[in-house]
Design a protein around this ligand. Structure first.
Ligand code: NAG
Ligand code: NAG
Length: 274
């Protein structure tokens, strides 16, 4: 073995590794540019707002706007998704909970506890017809090059609820979602740190079958990928008046309630998971 020959090769590898550390895997996110969000206790009557209006890849803020308003109770994380400028409301009406609703129109939340770039997180999705997708994603390389999804489908032990309404005239759809803190192993939420990102998929037309699926995020990255966990924003649950927690509602077990779609139009395109 010629070690003299190997030596320069090794230093090239070392150099390129150092370069990659600054902009891992081309997603373009650095800790300094991550959005920060403080989330209040729901008893304050206020919420923290994450805006989904920037596109994956171009990072431009010309994506149809939606917001996610967050607050927490002593037992749950409450999320209100509100989509504006919705045109297609495109869903596959045959899909039930945990089917691949991400191929159509959805809003999504990726949620992990802790401050670090997560390798395991909840993927929550909701479609305009209130069909949901709930899975724990294992993404050990933080870039989806290796991944698996463990579906959550036991609604008795996971009191996840969603209530979705749509207004075709106003081009809006809204979903109120409650996630139990117990599923995140969080007993005392005040002051806890989380990593989250929020996404929306969008079709500019429900009738034109060449319309491409478009992707917006709270914190977008340069790749066509939702699963770049170093790009998840930093979220902190504020401390607040503990006494008010007695008013907290127990989450009801009505998950999967469905409303009828007004958009009957569907298309037959197979899509790749991003
Ligand atoms: C909707 O989903 C069903 C069941 O997976 C599938 O057979 C059908 O092709 C889908 N419809 C469209 C338009 O893709
Ligand atoms: C309640 C529900 O829809 N559960 C489904 C979640 O997804 C898995 C995997 O696709 C299905 O096996 C469950 O039936």
């Amino acid at each position: 073995m010629n070690y003299l020959f190997l030596l320069p090769l090794l230093s090239v590898v070392a150099l390129s590794t150092a370069g990659a550390a600054e902009e891992t895997n081309g997603h373009g996110c650095t800790d300094a540019t991550l959005p920060r969000l403080d989330v209040p206790h729901c008893s304050s009557g206020t919420s923290g707002v994450a805006t989904i209006n920037r596109r994956l890849v171009t990072l431009k803020d010309d994506f149809p706007e939606s917001t996610v308003e967050l607050c927490y109770t002593d037992i749950s994380l409450e999320l209100k998704f509100q989509a504006q400028d919705e045109i297609s409301f495109l869903v596959n009406e045959t899909y039930v909970n945990n089917d691949s609703i991400w191929m159509w129109t959805v809003m999504e939340a990726f949620i992990a506890t802790g401050d670090h770039d997560p390798t395991e997180y909840l993927e929550f999705e909701v479609a305009p017809n209130n069909v949901i997708y709930t899975a724990r994603i294992h993404n050990p390389n933080k870039d989806f090059t290796k991944h698996s999804a463990a579906f959550i489908d036991d609604w008795d032990s996971y009191p996840i609820t969603s209530e979705t309404t749509r207004d075709v005239e106003a081009q809006t759809w809204t979903s109120d979602v409650s996630l139990p803190l117990s599923m995140f192993n969080v007993a005392a939420p005040e002051g806890t740190h989380w990593r989250m990102n929020f996404f929306r998929t969008f079709y500019a037309s429900s009738t034109d079958s060449t319309a491409e699926q478009e992707y917006g995020a709270w914190n977008p990255n340069k790749l066509v990928s939702f699963h770049q966990s170093p790009c998840f924003g930093k979220v902190r649950l504020d401390g607040d008046d503990k006494a008010a927690s007695e008013k907290c509602d127990e989450p009801s077990l009505s998950g999967g309630k469905s409303s009828k779609s007004k958009s009957g139009k569907t298309k037959l395109v197979k899509r790749t998971r991003v």
